[in-house]
Write a protein that binds this ligand. Sequence first.
Ligand SMILES: NC(=O)c1ccc[n+]([C@@H]2O[C@H](COP(=O)([O-])OP(=O)(O)OC[C@H]3O[C@@H](n4cnc5c(N)ncnc54)[C@H](O)[C@@H]3O)[C@@H](O)[C@H]2O)c1
Length: 307
Amino acid sequence: MQKTVLIIGSEGQIGSELCDALSVQGFKVIRADIRLQTDDAKLQYQLDATDKDAIESIVEEHRIEVVYLMAAMLSATAERHPQKAWELNMQSLLHVLDLAKEKKIKQVFWPSSIAIFGPDTPKKNTPQETVIHPSTVYGISKRAGEMWCAYYHRVFGVDVRSLRYPGIISYKTAPGGGTTDYAIEIFKSAKSEGQYTSFIEAHTITPMIYMSDAITATIALMQAPSESITVRTSYNLDGLAVSPHKLEEEIKKQLPDFKVDYTTDYRQAIAASWPESINDQRARADWGYTIHTDLQHLVQEMLTHIK
Ligand SMILES: NC(=O)c1ccc[n+]([C@@H]2O[C@H](COP(=O)([O-])OP(=O)(O)OC[C@H]3O[C@@H](n4cnc5c(N)ncnc54)[C@H](O)[C@@H]3O)[C@@H](O)[C@H]2O)c1
């Protein structure tokens, strides 16, 4: 029988593409988001992810088996609204974990982030288990969420799975207030204005992946047999080593007159506190994580498709 999945935060950068990918795979996808309007009116429920009763009534109505909880306040926005970020990022997760604990759903996906790592974490080849002192509200909420996931798995047997996504680069849906948003804006500006002012310093490297690799990883993790999942906090995922300068160089191969200048802001300190590369051996060994899109291909795709 067709499995029914609920995507909360379905209209966001990742949620929107996850919905399409899961539909193609044959899942019945129910979309829920707090946004009132979507461009293509695919949204089925206007839902506040902090409202447990509202989530539960959708779960019951559609006999949802799996919830992908993609609603969150992202790193840059969360620094401006710490309390709201904490409430949204924590409450929504605890509601969904409770529904799984009560056996109303069978499986949960919840994304963490490389933002859990702070300035005293080893910057290169960051291990799965290491010093984890996040320096942002967003990072604190993601680390706390990881600990809740591990707790609900250990104590209540909840099948919750998670990835520490690197920054995600894509062109279909605009990003939602993260520190790595520059790596999407740069392509828009390159095409429309031939110039970009970066809020991140030229040589600050953060790991990033192309959306298709993030979606493939998410689905692979969720489809892996339970016994192969050995990390119940959240899996490290490495990405491509991306900096504004590297993107500039790559874009110039296609648009030679493109120029970047720099006016950094508070987001520079956030990016500088994150690792440059991540050790993702566990994800590779347990369920076969691989990156398919290299930087050259990514830049080509972005320049071709971004509007
Ligand atoms: N995009 C990235 O680079 C990245 C990197 C690491 C982790 N993540 C994580 O992946 C998840 C999805 O990220 P994204 O980039 O798609 O974010 P996004 O901001 O693009 O989308 C989030 C969606 O959640 C919705 N939302 C916000 N508040 C809500 C609420 N109260 N109830 C219901 N919906 C609500 C928003 O309307 C939006 O459509 C988040 O947990 C994020 O922290 C993203």
